[in-house]
Design a protein around this ligand. Sequence first.
Ligand code: 5GP
Length: 179
Amino acid sequence: MNSDLQKILVDEQTILNRIDELAGQINSDYAHLESIVIVSILKGAFMFTSDLLKRINVPHVVDFMALSTYGAESKVSGEVRVIMDLRHPVQNQHVLIVEDILDTGLTLQFLERILQTRNVASLKTCVLTQKEGKENNLINIDYLGFTIPDVWVVGYGLDYADKHRTLPYIAELKPEVYT
Ligand code: 5GP
């Protein structure tokens, strides 16, 4: 294991097993719809989106958005930037947001607000991980993969300074690397 890493929190097989379950729930909940739009948030959710969508049998299109939060201080004030917007309109579409991790919830709250103004038919969220003790009222997660400890995690799409993003598991970064 890379020396930046403290320990593996969720191994690859556990992630894939849980994604099977989430996909099963999504397939059943959306079974009655003709099609849905998956909105995947770059970069962090790219691996999760890929493994999840291989298992979704409801007709769907996938589109991508890239968001960025300003530095830690601005994040408190809720400042989020759209780096890349969706390619296609989502008006009257059933939208499922696929996101990597929920910490304060500000990023997802911002995104939900934007998509609501575009008059979607419905909006749900599928989030791979949520940090323990960070559950809040900002966001209602419809499909959650795992609750994880409140530490900095990398792997399975998540990075630290653009490193460790392509690891097949979710690992805790050593605190001395990011403090
Ligand atoms: P929130 O707005 O919920 O506080 O933060 C969500 C965003 O912060 C995520 O989309 C992700 O980009 C980043 N983030 C929060 N916690 C972590 C973490 O432990 N590891 C990584 N790699 N990104 C995180």
